[in-house]
Design a protein around this ligand. Sequence first.
Ligand SMILES: Nc1ncnc2c1ncn2[C@@H]1O[C@H](COP(=O)(O)OP(=O)(O)O)[C@@H](O)[C@H]1O
Ligand SMILES: [Mg+2]
Length: 306
Amino acid sequence: MVNPNASGNSTAQASISPCDDREGSDTTSSTKARETVIEVDKVSTHFGSHVVHSDVSFEVDRAEIFALIGGSGSGKSTLLREIILLQRPDSGSIRVLGSELSNLGEEDALALRQRWGVMFQHGGLFGALTIKENVGLPLREHTQLGENLIDELASAKLAMTGLTAEVGTQYPSELSGGMMKRASLARALALDPEMLFLDEPTAGLDPVSAEGVDDLVLKLRDIFGLTIFMITHDLDLLWQVADRVAVLSDGKVQGVGSMTELSRMDKPSVRQFFDGSRGRAAREQDLRLVGSAATHVHRSTSSKPK
Ligand SMILES: Nc1ncnc2c1ncn2[C@@H]1O[C@H](COP(=O)(O)OP(=O)(O)O)[C@@H](O)[C@H]1O
Ligand SMILES: [Mg+2]
């Protein structure tokens, strides 16, 4: 695959192992070494007198699927915006791919932004452009590639997300919610990023489309080695794809761990995500799938345990 990034850091197709020895890695050649790609350290944020984050800390490893959960207004999107350089915290430090964000120059910030892709909750596609033009936009903006190559790369990204060439000729208003999410994902993948940020990737989707997103997220990590950081309320998605989950509540990270680990925690601020009816359904599903043949509790279609 052509990598339009000057840094040439994406070796997506070559890497199946989550911990390969990519360029830029500060690990040794050990294939087992962990590499931290996002480091949030004692981050605090407030709006006026409203404290949103108070000493929030966690780390995300390369090729990990990491989820941030928390009630509405708990500060998930604000934290995501801080990690992707759209906003600054009041204090604390955020390091992404080895760079401390608080003292990045403009050029370094631009280079860093090209190493990740973002899928915003509402897609953010331009209505006046076709899907293929939307997907090709980052290539047009950030590379000197010719039109033919951009067209080919945009088609490849659409195919990667399961969309046909025909969809590429359509306009955003003509697509279903599920197709729109995929198109937005294809655009996030345009510059062959190392990391993907997804804000509510399954929100508003029917169960079948949502399940397609589960599979796609897993594929992007397993085949292309992407690190995926997502915000979601979707318990199925969490149980099926997330390696680790951080629970944000009352301005703090109340717990970090696998869904199984979190579901066993006694802390009320963590329990609330497992004790509601949806939480119980997801937990029952997990237990059933572990113990016997799959019975589908939450989403109506086939679900696989992680
Ligand atoms: N630019 C802003 N100005 C003032 N308050 C804000 C701003 N952005 C977010 N907030 C507030 O910060 C809190 C966290 O918001 P947000 O990060 O969007 O929450 P979440 O994504 O978890 O629902 C909310 O109370 C929200 O109203
Ligand atoms: Mg939000």
